[in-house]
Design a protein around this ligand. Structure first.
Ligand code: PLP
Length: 284
């Protein structure tokens, strides 16, 4: 086999939960990463049952299986960034801590998923404790939304000042860089705090019904941009622009909170367009 004919593309490892409605979790991550011209691989932490109306139930994957699957993917030595989402429980959070320790040179983005918008628990309390103590400090970036920032810090977070204070607290707790995403506010403002201080990223509120999995999508877009070699700030600007456009181009797929259109850049030719292949006459 000749490996030198085509340049390789960066591989991004997504560690998270499976959302069978493909709006959030690893299915959203795989689409997002592919939309950034990276190759996505995934280690599953949990199977969720859900649709656009919300999460029905959650079953965690056995932690030894999570460990083996992440290790097998990393053993290929092509992973250039790691994105972490739903972890389900303390055991799986602990495995992710070990994986991060063993892959310290790779940029990792942690979306500290705790609850779904519909109210389901996606990480148990001991898992949240572990995340506070051992995961925040082992990643390049943490991307809590307002509720997650409040849960991790124990602070009230209701506006931009609260977001800034929570970001500061997360840095004191060990995070290198934090983006608190404010998609749930009137204006979709995100606050970055890193070595360079605070930066406010103003955003547009586009379609409020198409926001299922926005946090997962944002974090995996940042991870893909880091895998492509962009600096953190640039990666954030690109990721926010991508998420905004994916919400704008979203289409209805159910009666509840709907997903983004992760693949808006890749509309395929359909049978009704003139770019569709013609079906040849059968040869007998
Ligand atoms: N399911 C999985 C597997 C997730 O990772 C998440 C969020 O990160 C959700 C569901 C909830 O997504 P949302 O709150 O956007 O509905």
């Amino acid at each position: 086999m000749n490996h030198h004919q085509t340049p390789s593309i960066p591989v991004v490892l997504s560690i998270g939960g499976f959302d069978p409605s493909s709006g959030a979790g690893i299915t959203a991550d795989l689409k997002t990463i592919a939309a950034h011209n990276c190759y996505a691989v995934a280690a599953v932490t949990a199977l969720t049952l859900q649709n656009t109306r919300g999460v029905v139930s959650v079953r965690a994957i056995e932690s030894t299986l999570l460990k083996q699957s992440a290790e097998a993917l990393l053993a290929d030595e092509r992973v250039r960034a790691i994105k972490i989402g739903m972890l389900a429980n303390r055991a799986n959070a602990g495995i992710v801590g070990e994986i991060l320790e063993g892959s310290a040179t790779l940029p990792a983005v942690l979306d500290p998923v705790i609850r779904s918008t519909s109210g389901a628990t996606l990480l148990d309390d001991p898992g949240v404790q572990y995340m506070r103590k051992h995961l925040l400090s082992r990643v390049r970036l943490v991307t809590p939304n307002i509720a997650e920032a409040a849960a991790l810090t124990g602070m009230k977070v209701e506006n931009v000042d609260g977001m800034k204070a929570a970001a500061q607290k997360l840095v004191e707790m060990g995070a290198r860089a934090v983006v608190v995403t404010g998609g749930h506010l009137d204006k979709a403002v995100d606050i970055l705090l890193d070595e360079g201080g605070y930066e406010v990223f103003a955003g547009e509120k586009v379609k409020p019904d198409n926001t299922h999995g926005t946090g997962c999508t944002f974090a995996s877009a940042v991870a893909a941009n880091l895998a492509l070699g962009h600096q953190l700030r640039e990666a954030l600007v690109f990721a926010k622009a991508y998420v905004t456009e994916a919400i704008r181009k979203a289409y209805p797929v159910g009666p509840g909170r709907m997903p983004l259109n992760h693949l808006f850049r890749m509309q395929q030719p359909s049978r009704v367009t003139d770019r569709a292949p013609t079906v040849p006459e059968p040869v007998h």
